[in-house]
Design a protein around this ligand. Structure first.
Ligand code: HEM
Length: 405
């Protein structure tokens, strides 16, 4: 589509831009702009995004924003009351409890299991000469890993995946969030999660295991540090956070590699570049395209005023292609150095699962590059998820000659 000189946020949310939102994002990056009568300020350049993320005077408690009822309400409750939407000291307390489960040592210990899942999925796909990457690889890996970490029984993975998918529509501050059917669907998914985890928590109280949920239940039982509501919200946050964006990262990565066959070859020949490849995918096709913050004081961003409780929308995907920071930013280049992208945000809410997501994607992408012979993307069948914030393909078909051992 053609981007007008004054793109609005509505242009970004237009479904016709799902296949390529980057021209609109580039236009939105040129300067901060006030929307909704000044209650919302949209920021897309790297310098300002990075500064706001690290600013201790901005808040993540979006429910109390000026736009709470019409804009912040649904996104903020994804999932309800999780520490994603809290500030210090509650944020620090809850994040500290969960962070222990994601130390580099714990994450490194998951490598054999991740390799096993990726290996099995590719071997199964090798029985045919085509695969649908989202369902056969990108979804399966993060869903299995996060469910196993939390101790969710295998038979329940599908229903949780379905709820998660519905719930993240609430992260889109788009017009269709006002659609009563979409809103009702999100509410049902939230309630599904709450009831499900309430049951699982009760079960783990009676029969603790080695999983993360049992660990959190133990903390709750030991004292006042973690309430039951916080515990349930944390479970849903980890499940949704651990699954949706990682699945999109893997699918976005396979897509970028297939569209740049020379880069795919570079990765196949240099598996040591896997981690750099993942950072380049995170920068080039950012899975979580935006985050929001709330001003707790009157602010100005490059001359644009933000009122107290005004919402600041940070377009991470635009900042990650800012030419002031990244040379030739629209080029996909695995050998890029000093790739300090903002795909996992920055500051106190920096993604807690970043190293897990990177490990999963490094193994998935490098094994895909190494094992799949002569892969060819079917562009005509490529479709995108409707989500604006959590960006990724819905269906991604690839044909190939063979999948080697
Ligand atoms: C490619 C994969 C991922 C991406 C792009 C991603 C992105 C992000 C971003 C941008 C934030 C900051 C949100 C904000 O500041 O408002 C965040 C926070 C968070 N992420 Fe991730 N994430 C990914 C994978 C994961 C995984 C695997 C987990 C867990 C297993 C996870 C759990 C979380 C949690 C718990 C938070 C909240 C942190 C806080 O509020 O202190 N994420 N993520």
């Amino acid at each position: 589509m053609t981007v007008t000189a004054e793109p609005s946020l509505a242009t970004l949310f237009d479904q016709s831009n799902r296949h390529d939102p980057y021209p609109v994002l580039a236009a939105l990056r040129s300067a901060p702009r006030a929307e909704l009568g000044g209650a919302l300020v949209v920021v897309g350049d790297y310098r300002n995004c990075s500064a706001v993320l690290r600013d201790p005077t901005v808040s993540s408690d979006r429910q109390r924003s000026l736009l709470g009822a019409t804009f912040g309400d649904s996104p903020d409750k994804v999932p309800a009351d999780s520490f994603l939407s809290m500030d210090a000291p509650d944020h620090t307390r809850l994040r500290g409890l969960v962070a222990k489960a994601f130390t580099p040592r714990v994450v490194a210990g998951l490598e054999p299991r991740i390799r096993g899942i990726v290996g099995d999925q590719l071997t199964k796909a090798g029985e045919a000469s085509a695969m649908e990457v989202v369902s056969q690889l990108a979804n399966v890996l993060p869903v299995t890993i996060i469910n196993e970490l939390l101790g969710v029984p295998t038979g329940d993975h599908d229903i949780l995946q379905d709820w998660s998918h519905r719930l993240v529509r609430g992260l889109d501050p788009a017009t269709d969030i006002g659609d009563p059917i979409v809103v009702a669907d999100i509410e049902l998914a939230k309630e599904g999660f709450r009831l499900y985890f309430a049951d699982l928590v009760a079960f783990r109280r009676a029969r603790p295991g080695q999983d993360l949920l049992s660990g959190l239940v133990q903390i709750e039982q030991d004292g006042e540090v973690l309430s039951e509501a916080e515990l349930l919200a944390t479970c849903a946050l980890l499940l949704v956070g651990g699954y949706e964006s990682t699945a999109n990262l893997i699918a976005n990565g396979v897509l970028a590699l297939l569209r740049h066959p020379e880069q795919l070859r570079v990765l196949a020949e240099n598996p040591a570049l896997a981690s750099a490849a993942v950072d380049e995918v995170l920068r080039y096709d950012t899975p979580a395209q935006m985050v929001t913050r709330v001003a707790r004081r009157e602010m100005e961003i490059d001359g644009v005023p933000v009122p107290i409780n005004g919402v600041i929308m940070l377009l991470l995907a635009a900042a990650n292609r800012d030419p002031a920071v990244f040379a030739d930013p629209d080029r996909f280049d695995l050998r890029r150095t000093a790739n300090h992208h903002l795909a996992f945000a920055a500051g106190p809410h920096f993604c807690i699962g970043a190293s897990l997501a990177k490990l999963e994607a490094s193994i998935a992408l490098s094994e895909f590059a190494r094992r799949v012979e002569a892969p060819e993307l079917d562009e005509a069948l490529l479709t995108y998820r409707p989500h604006v914030n959590l960006r990724g393909p819905e269906r991604l078909f690839v044909r190939y000659d063979h999948i080697r051992d």
